[in-house]
Each structure stands twice: as C-alpha cells, then as structure tokens.
Design a protein around this ligand. Structure first.
Ligand code: NAD
Length: 492
C-alpha cells in the first residue's frame, strides 16, 4: 500500500485516468489480504464515469503517442522496461501481497513485464508494410494502422504480468489503452501506467480503471470510442464480451481458461515427469490458465506416477507469500476457494478418490492444499471443468492414440505437454494435441517472444510475439496508379 502512495501521492485507491487518480462513486469494492483475510483497502467502483473519462483521455493520449516517431516510441517502451526493473522488488511485493503469490513468483512475473516492454520496444520501428507485385500498372503497398483506443480486461491471477502482456504490444503498434484489471487486484496495473508516463508516455496513453466487470467492464466494451477489445479471463465472461463486441462489430481477442492435458508415457524420465506435473498444477496454487490440470498417465506407470505425485504434493510447503520457504500461497479470494471446495467435494461424492489434499487448511487465509484426484473418467465434471486451483485429476491410458483422444476430449484447447524419451512420438503427439501451446518434457515455460493463445473454448486470437503485435494493427492496401494512360477500370 505504501508503494501506491509513494508513486501516486495518495492513499485512496481509484482509477488512473489522464495522469491522475480518479476516485469512483459506485458500490464499494473491498480488497482483502488472501493470506490473513484482513481488509487491505476499499474503493468505490469507477463505473461509467471513469470509463467515459478514460476513453476521452485515451483518445487524446493516443494522438500524442502517434505524433511521435516510431523510434521515439521504441525508446519510451524500453524506458518503461527499465522503470519496472528499477522498482521491481516494490512492485513484486505489492503484487505478492494482494494476489497471495509467493514473492519469488511475483518477482519472476514482474521481471517478465520488463521483458515484454523491452521486446516490443524493438518492434516499435520495425512494423512496415509490403510492396505487392500486382498484375496492373499500380504501385500497391500495405500500411499497418493501429486501431486507436483499445480496451483490455484482465483477471486477478497475474495482474501486472497480464497488464504488461497486453499494454506493451498495444502501444508498440501505436494504440492507446484503457485497461480494466480485476476489481480484486487493480493497483499494480495503475502503478504500471504511472511509471509509463514517468518514462515518457503521453498522459492518457494508458489509463487503468478500478471498477467492477458488469458496470465499468461492460461499459468499456460497448463504448463507441473503443475500437478493439482484448479480454483475458473466464470463458463465461468471454462469451458475454464477445457477444457485446459482436453486436457492435468490434474485433476482439479472447484469452480464456483451460483444462490442459499433461501426458506421461511409460518411456519418460519419471522423476522429471512427476516434478513437472507438480509444478504444472500446484505452482501459483493452480490459478494459472495453462495449469496442467489433467494428468494422463500410461497404464504401466500410472500407479507409480500417481503415488509419487501424491507424496510430492504432501511435501509442498504452503504458507505466507512473504516467507522464503513458501512454495505455494493461498488462493486469491474467498469465492475461488469456495469453488475449489465445491468441485472437489462434488467429485468425492461421485466416488472420486482423493489421494492427496482435498480439505481446506485449518488456518486463517484462503489456503487449499495441493490435491490429487483419481478414480474418475475423463467425462467427470472435475475432468472437464476448470477448477482454477491446485487440483489435478489423474487418468490412465493404454496407448498413444488413446492419450491423444483423451487430451483432445475437452471443450478447451489452451495448452498441453508430452513426457517421453521418444523423439518421433514427442513430435507426433505435439502435432495432434488441439491446443495453442504444447511442451515436450517441460511445462509452463512461456516467453513474450512466442505466440500464445487458445483453440476452442480457450479463446481466439494470439498474444505475445509477432502474432500478438499484429492483433493490435490492421493492414491497409494503397494502390497508386503509375501509368497516366492506364484504362480506368469498371468492375474489378
Ligand atoms: P473473469 O472472467 O471473472 O474476469 C476477468 C475480467 O473481466 C475482470 O477484470 C472482470 O472484472 C471483467 N469482467 C467481468 N464481467 C465483465 C463484463 N460483463 N464485461 C466486461 N468485463 C467483465 O475471470 P477471473 O475470475 O478474474 O479470472 C480467472 C479466469 O481467467 C480463468 O478462467 C483463467 O483460466 C482465465 N485466464 C486466462 C488466461 C489466458 O491467457 N488464457 C490468463 C489468465 C487467466
């Protein structure tokens, strides 16, 4: 909280709009420390007033941003990366406190924010069009044009990471931004916007709204001044946002949830596969869109892998995010904890076997233990619906074709992994998994340089890399007649 005051000069939490903290007037939103359940702060929903002012500020800020040269924009983006590095520990510490994320993880994610700005800084002056060898006497070329004001909605599991992930490419392509982070974690995103201005961003180029989804979020998506919508969050909200955007024919990118399959073949290095499976689901208390929440294990090694994973789950050190030895912190909020409890209890009632964890910890804070569920088929609710908690379902398979069939028997398609010592099998299976990211003998590594996104209910459009950058501009074709005698065309 001290960081908020240091950087923004006020104790009061609000939106960051047009270079100032704008206090809301709507319903009170409470921020609770997930580790202690103690109230950290409260603020009024920014609502439609914040949205109107933020879009107006973004229109003005965007004009100033686009008036700069591409190289100037690149230097400023690089400077934002440096500003994040300069305040890395403070930003990570606030993120850790408000999300309940172990400090080590928050430091790693905040470092990635700096990398995102540095990566897209390099792209700022390298977005050029092409000359097209058309069969007429025209010079035909393309321009990449930014959309203008882009709306971004982000969730609570990795707020500063997700903010940097979307703000950096949007700016690199010449847009301005109105970002609405989750109402539960609005602070680090607003601080990022302020640090951006200190690094040279025009006032209003990035605005952050502290407000609720159904009020501020909905209003933002449908505001006439918003030209593109990028949403990171749950499939249910994603559907609502895509419908609202579709009504106005606004393009959108949806980065939604997952139920990713982590496939272990009997020829894998089992020690690494088990360690990888634990990290895939238990890190971040399972609150990761790419969490390896379905563990598919070849039958010959199923008992051994599940046994070793259960034993490892029991040894994971859970505790306060600021304690050095903590590997897994609490779940971020009470609603999410209730959802995890109800899904695991529901599976148990339908005769699932809980081989590790399975009961909320008896202490203050939203702590749920690393949990391994077995004895259910891939059609069980717990195997089909996103839990978004530290809960993995283990399912056996016979052979490669059954593994692929099970992996793809989901409405989602965000990620997956294959553990095997066979090179040909690794590539064959990676190719056939219907998901935006597949790891081989690894899990969860991501980098801003590589495209990321979903198939099916995991969404559409891509973030990161060149694909992510291209989402933030559109091609325009310009045809210049070079032959003054050329016949004037009627029709095409
Ligand atoms: P959520 O869908 O409840 O909320 C996401 C954001 O949308 C929040 O800012 C929320 O306030 C806003 N929102 C809610 N209703 C809205 C509306 N009607 N109009 C506009 N905005 C609205 O998601 P959550 O619970 O915060 O996050 C968890 C989900 O996010 C999980 O499903 C997880 O898999 C997903 N996620 C996906 C990715 C990815 O990259 N694919 C990354 C992280 C999280």
């Amino acid at each position: 909280m001290k960081l908020w005051q240091d950087i923004l000069g006020t104790e009061e939490v609000g939106s960051y709009v047009g270079g100032e903290v704008l206090l809301g007037q709507g319903d009170e939103v409470e921020l609770v420390d997930p580790t202690t359940e103690v109230r950290l702060a409260a603020y009024p929903d920014g609502g439609s007033q914040a949205v109107r002012e933020a879009v107006a500020a973004a229109e003005e800020g965007g004009r100033a941003w686009r008036a700069m040269t591409a190289s100037q924009r690149g230097r400023i983006l690089w400077g934002i990366g440096q500003a994040v590095r300069d305040r890395l520990d403070e930003l990570a510490s606030l993120e850790s406190r408000t999300v309940g994320k172990p400090l080590r993880d928050a430091v790693a994610e905040t470092t990635k924010v700096a990398e995102m700005f540095e990566y897209y800084a390099g792209w700022a002056d390298k977005q050029h069009g092409e000359v097209i060898p058309v069969p007429t006497s025209h010079l035909a070329y393309t321009l990449r044009e930014p959309y203008g004001v882009v709306a971004q909605m982000t969730p609570w599991n990795a707020p500063i990471f997700t903010a940097g992930w979307q703000i950096a490419p949007a700016l690199a392509a010449g847009n301005s931004v109105v970002l609405k982070p989750s109402e539960l974690t609005p602070m680090t995103s607003a601080l990022l916007a302020k640090l951006g201005e200190e690094a040279g961003l025009p006032v209003g180029a990035v605005n952050v709204i502290a407000g609720l989804g159904p009020t501020a979020g909905q209003e933002l998506v449908t505001h006439d001044g918003v030209e593109k919508v990028v949403f990171v969050g749950s499939p249910a909200t994603g559907r609502r946002i895509a419908a609202a955007a579709g009504e106005q024919l606004k393009p959108c990118v949806l980065e939604l949830g997952g139920k990713s399959a982590n496939i272990v073949f009997d020829d894998a290095d089992l020690a690494r596969a088990v360690g990888g499976a634990a990290a895939a689901i238990f890190s971040g208390a399972g609150q990761s869109c790419v969490a390896g929440s379905r563990l598919l294990v070849q039958r010959g090694v199923y008992a051994e892998v599940v046994g070793r994973l259960a034993e490892l789950a029991g040894r994971i050190r859970q505790g306060a995010p600021w304690e050095e030895e903590t590997q897994v912190g609490p779940v971020q909020n009470a609603r999410q904890l209730d959802q995890i409890i109800s899904m695991v209890d529901g599976a148990r009632e339908r005769s699932a076997e809980v081989v590790a964890g399975g009961d909320r910890l008896d202490r203050a804070g939203y702590f749920y233990p690393p949990t391994v569920v077995a004895g259910v088929g891939n059609d069980a609710d717990i195997a089909q619906q996103e839990v978004f908690g530290p809960v993995v379902v283990a399912i056996p398979f016979e052979d490669e074709s059954e593994a692929i069939a099970l992996a793809n028997d989901t409405s989602f398609g965000l990620a997956g992994a294959v553990w095997t010592s066979s090179v040909d099998r690794a590539h064959r299976v990676a190719r056939q998994i219907r998901a935006g990211t597949v790891w081989v003998n690894s899990y969860k590594t991501i980098n801003v340089m590589a495209p990321f996104g979903g198939f099916g209910d995991s969404g559409f459009g891509r973030s990161s890399g060149l694909d992510g950058l291209l989402e933030y501009s559109q091609a325009k074709a310009v045809w210049v007649e070079t032959d003054p005698e050329a016949p004037l065309a009627f029709g095409y």
